[in-house]
Design a protein around this ligand. Structure first.
Ligand SMILES: NC(=O)C1=CN([C@@H]2O[C@H](COP(=O)(O)OP(=O)(O)OC[C@H]3O[C@@H](n4cnc5c(N)ncnc54)[C@H](O)[C@@H]3O)[C@@H](O)[C@H]2O)C=CC1
Ligand SMILES: [Mg+2]
Ligand SMILES: [Mg+2]
Ligand SMILES: [Mg+2]
Ligand SMILES: [Zn+2]
Length: 457
């Protein structure tokens, strides 16, 4: 089968795809042997060898291609995977081979391409962290006492904020950060029990000539302070409208979204200092260094100082949070904890365990909490969650089973909600049957993302 005008490579590919469609195992194996890259190449309408072999029910060719490591998640120009093709043409055995629960069938229910572009509350950064300056003690000292530097203050990890008038275009943001200067915090910095962290410098360099007091580079440095003993009276006199915002939830969701990120960074690092006062390896005293980004054990023989000194740095706990899509593509799985407000349902979530991939953590947590088994998993976006220091890894996941059996210790109820029921929550067209977390939570954004991608809202 030679086509006029075809390059030798295209001709070979056409012969390879034809062999797969005819079920010629020997020819398929021989071609992969010398031109391995053909295994995932497609011809007309985006059909790969696996799709063609599947279409015609050639189990042996399918097995050969799978054992050679072909990508079964590829889709043709109609958006079908090989698994979809197997199901459509009734080749149940091949469908079984393709749907192994780890990335095979139903991947087409996930949006194609990268899901990026979604910005979550607590993720916006207006500071350049300048980690290289953390070890430059001379520079840090100069910035610390510079009148241009900004200090944000925490009392028992609660930020000092000022109510803001009006609303931003994005949200009602009743609280803005109270930005203090060196003269207001000098005494506090010198008090025992105060923790100081260098957060970074403003990304936007102000158009003022660098002054000797502000440092020669003209950069505006930011620091965070946490204390458990505070000159409350003096602060109240100087800032009569300001308050320490507590409790963390839901108050931390009421910040200006532009400032929520710097609060997340500061609060997580300060909370780490608060919880790791002594060396976690040997219990000795530690020394705060690197601008508050490291605590080094003072016991020279401590194991924490050997190899990667990971226990000396602020810890972050990865958490997976996932919207599970029903195999029919039209429903999603949401659950509620006993502690949620009445009627509220959210995405399932759980801590990633040691030695576990993000995808496997999604599958394990969903099965533990709801009994539902999950196949393909797709990352969407992430969110720092400073209570005290989680990184929420937001995913969409496709269920390969639908029966729900909740883990009653953690979840009170889990349910499949139809796309229409979810749309009703956002549009408030009709009386919604449930509520979801506020837009500041990544759970809200994941649900909205799924609806937006699929309904072109
Ligand atoms: N931003 C958002 O939209 C949401 C955030 N979250 C956050 O995600 C976090 C994890 O969700 P959960 O359902 O509670 O997790 P989970 O389903 O793993 O259950 C928590 C339990 O797991 C154990 N556990 C295992 N590893 C742990 C670790 N590294 N740290 C603490 N406990 C650990 C503890 O027994 C704990 O009670 C929570 O802290 C919650 O604040 C949860 C839902 C929504
Ligand atoms: Mg959980
Ligand atoms: Mg769990
Ligand atoms: Mg867990
Ligand atoms: Zn130690």
């Amino acid at each position: 089968m030679t086509n006029v005008g075809m390059s030798p490579k295209d001709e070979m590919l056409a012969r390879f795809l034809d062999a797969a469609a005819r079920g010629d195992v020997a020819a398929v194996s021989a071609t992969i042997g010398h031109s391995g890259s053909f295994i995932n190449e497609s011809g007309e309408n985006g059909w790969t060898a696996l799709m063609l072999a599947t279409r015609h029910g050639h189990v042996e060719v399918v097995n050969t291609l799978l054992s050679e490591g072909c990508d079964k998640s590829l889709v043709n120009k109609s958006g079908q995977t090989s698994y979809d093709i197997a199901k459509f043409w009734g080749h149940k055995h091949i469908a079984g081979l393709l749907a192994d629960g780890k990335g095979g069938g139903n991947r087409h229910l996930l949006p194609r391409g990268s899901a990026g572009g979604q910005e979550n509350y607590f993720s916006r950064e207006f500071l350049n962290r300048m980690s290289e300056k953390r070890t430059d003690s001379q520079w840090l000292e100069a910035k610390q006492s510079s009148p241009a530097s900004v200090y944000i203050l925490f009392f028992n990890l609660n930020p000092f904020v000022t109510p803001t008038a009006g609303e931003t275009s994005e949200s009602r943001a009743p609280f803005g950060l109270c930005r203090l200067r060196w003269e207001s915090v000098e005494a506090l910095v010198k008090q025992p029990g105060t923790t100081l962290v260098f957060l970074g410098v403003e990304k936007q360099v102000k158009l003022v000539p660098p002054s000797p007091e502000g440092g020669k580079d003209g950069l505006t440095a930011w620091f965070a302070l946490n204390t458990d003993s505070i000159p409350v009276k003096e602060l109240e006199l100087s800032y009569p409208n300001s308050v320490f915002l507590k409790p963390p939830m839901p108050q931390l969701l009421r910040l200006n979204p532009n400032e929520a990120g710097v609060i997340a960074q500061a609060r997580s690092v300060l909370a780490w200092h608060d919880r790791y006062s002594f060396c976690p390896t040997c219990g000795s005293r530690t020394k705060v260094c690197e601008g508050g980004y490291k605590r080094t054990c003072l016991n020279e023989d401590c194991r924490s100082l050997q190899g990667i000194q990971n226990t000396c740095y602020p810890r972050v706990d990865p958490v997976v949070i996932m919207l599970v899509i029903h195999p029919d593509g039209n429903q999603c799985l949401l659950g509620r904890k006993k502690t949620f407000p009445a009627g509220m349902f959210s995405c399932l979530a759980g801590f990633v365990e040691a030695g576990e991939s993000m995808e496997d953590a999604v599958r394990r947590e969903v099965e533990e909490e709801s009994g539902v088994k999950v196949g393909p998993v797709q990352y969407v976006s992430s969110q720092p969650w400073p209570m005290p220091s989680s990184l929420m890894i937001g995913c969409l996941a496709v269920a390969v089973s639908t029966h729900i059996k909740v883990d009653e210790d953690e979840i009170e109820e889990a349910r499949w909600f139809t796309r229409q029921q979810v749309i009703d929550v956002f549009t408030k067209n009709s009386q919604p049957v449930f509520t979801i977390p506020p837009r500041q939570a990544i759970a809200h954004q994941l649900i909205k993302y799924w609806i937006g991608v699929n309904a072109n809202l």
